[in-house]
Design a protein around this ligand. Structure first.
Ligand code: GAR
Length: 174
């Protein structure tokens, strides 16, 4: 598959998609980001992957670009905006979210689980539809919440799980 990735932040999941052996048979052909200081840009440059900043409101521009690049699957990897018209995009879109959906949708999901006193949280890869973090769930990974965990340590543990399940989902879809 020809993969398109959308990012807003550091881009560690993006880099993991590029380097993970489970994704070797696929090609990341385009990374779109929506923020001025986006760590994913450096990673795209390092791997020679075309990249472009498009403000989140300009979805028609994104759709055109994904069509030009003939993308088969779009992955939201830390893209922190809700897509208004996901059904207009030219291919399926998946998202990785740091909670066991349907629990803790939206922003600050790690903090929400921690503050709720959960003993287990995790991450979810799901299809994107019009509903916030509401599309069909494809795969989840559980992460225990340890007594000493804070937001940082728990975020790291969840991201380690994301680095395993997101490539596994991509592998299963292609
Ligand atoms: C990931 O942990 C992902 O679950 C989260 O952003 C992080 C991005 O990290 N996404 C969301 O919270 C979406 N609602 P990364 O840029 O280092 O891959």
């Amino acid at each position: 598959m020809r993969l398109g990735v959308m990012c807003s932040g550091n881009g560690t999941n993006f880099e993991n998609i590029i380097t993970n052996p489970l994704c070797r048979k696929h090609e990341v052909v385009l990374m779109i980001h929506n923020t001025k200081k986006c760590g994913a840009v450096k990673r795209a440059a390092k791997f020679g992957i075309p990249h472009c900043r498009i403000p989140h409101k300009n979805e028609d521009e994104m759709i055109q670009l994904f069509k030009v690049f003939q993308v088969d699957l779009i992955i939201l990897a830390g893209y922190m905006r809700v897509l208004q018209n996901p059904s207009k995009f030219p291919c399926p879109i998946i998202n990785v979210h740091p909670s066991l959906l349907p629990k803790y949708k939206g922003l600050h999901a790690v903090e929400q689980a921690l503050n709720a006193g959960e003993s287990v949280t995790g991450c979810t890869v799901h299809y994107v539809n019009e509903e916030l973090d509401g599309g069909e769930i494809i795969m989840q990974g559980e992460v225990p919440i340890l007594p000493d965990d804070d937001i940082q340590s728990l975020t790291k543990a969840i991201q380690r799980k994301e680095y395993a399940i997101l490539p596994a989902v991509i592998d299963s879809l292609g």
